[in-house]
Design a protein around this ligand. Structure first.
Ligand SMILES: [Zn+2]
Length: 322
């Protein structure tokens, strides 16, 4: 059995995993990221995690086909460089070369959103598709685009920033400098913000959400919002209905543009099948341009959650086809 190593570099942790030929994650290790640091320090930590995995599993480097790393920023795949990563405090670092000097195996770098989509495409929710889109609802909204079996990166490796497509002209200001961006209305954070705003206006405080967060709006999370809706709370249901309309607007735009075989929704809140995904699917089916076509994009939840980043990075060498 040969293995590959995947590294998921986040703002808090650098997580690394050993993945076998069947795409199964068999062992993981991690370190704190501690940004900002020079690129050399990150490279050293990544190499060390790779060595740890080899030793921990009693392997030698001959058993390792390659190491792939998913990075939170713009990755120039041609040059093997991380061009910009705000979270890490990096502006241009030739990380591939740095890692190559430290480790005796092939090195692949990729944007972390693309890597996660690649994992879902090969072994998860996108299995069997050719055109695949993964949209992740988190603090913002990220995406990975697989077009005709290849990762689509764009001319400057910044493709897939679907969170910054406008869904409300002249709407709320976004960190990107524009207004009315999709992620201002339909990210997981936006849902929580919308629920808090409802609570603030709920003078009688008779929404169930007040009880579920013990009277502390700052403690509201997605799971309490879904619980309140499931238990029949009308005010929270109105918040969620409005949120789903925003989400549907962006998802329908994406389906109209890409018409993928499968569009998968990731992020913690996508697990709420009954409250979120089912109503979203119904609205999209009514509104997509291709609604009369016999073939429709399937909207499904992601299969992998925390491990998608590691797994996708470990599978990067497959893009050329092995
Ligand atoms: Zn924006």
């Amino acid at each position: 059995m040969r293995y590959t190593i995947g590294i998921d570099m986040g703002g808090t942790n650098i997580a690394a995993g050993l993945v076998d030929e069947n795409g199964v994650l068999v062992s993981t290790v991690s370190k704190k990221t501690c940004p900002p640091r020079p690129a050399e320090a990150y490279a050293k930590d990544m190499a060390e995690l790779g060595r740890e995995l080899v030793e921990k599993n009693s392997l030698s480097w001959e058993d390792i086909l390659w190491l792939g790393a998913g990075l939170p920023g713009t990755v120039n795949v041609q040059k093997g460089a991380l061009e910009y990563a705000n979270n890490l405090g990096i502006v241009y670092a030739p990380l591939k070369e740095m890692l190559q000097e430290l480790l005796p195996c092939r090195i692949y770098l990729e944007n972390d959103g693309n890597a996660a989509a690649w994992a879902e495409y090969l072994y998860g929710a996108g299995r069997g598709s050719r055109d695949f889109l993964m949209v992740t609802l988190g603090t913002g909204i990220g995406a990975g685009i697989i077009a005709d079996g290849k990762i689509s990166r764009g001319v400057n490796y910044a493709a897939g920033e679907v969170g910054h497509m406008t869904i409300k002209f002249d709407g709320e200001v976004c960190s990107c400098g524009r207004r009315g961006c999709f992620e201002q209305y339909a990210s997981a954070s936006a849902l929580v913000r919308q629920a808090k705003a409802m609570m603030k206006n709920d003078r009688k405080k008779d929404s169930l959400l007040w009880q579920l967060c013990s009277g502390k709006p700052e403690a509201v999370e997605g799971k309490q919002i879904f619980r309140a809706v499931r238990e029949g709370d009308e005010k929270t249901r109105q918040v969620l209905d409005q949120y789903i309309e925003y989400l549907e607007c962006g998802i329908t735009n994406l389906i109209n543009i890409f018409q993928p075989d499968i569009l998968c929704i990731g992020g913690g809140i996508s697990r709420a099948q009954d409250c979120l995904l089912e109503p979203l699917k119904e609205l999209c089916a009514e509104h997509v341009y291709s609604r009369d076509s016999q073939v429709q994009t399937k909207i499904v939840p992601a299969r992998f959650y925390n491990e998608a980043g590691i797994l996708g990075a470990a599978l990067l060498g497959r893009e050329g086809g092995i």
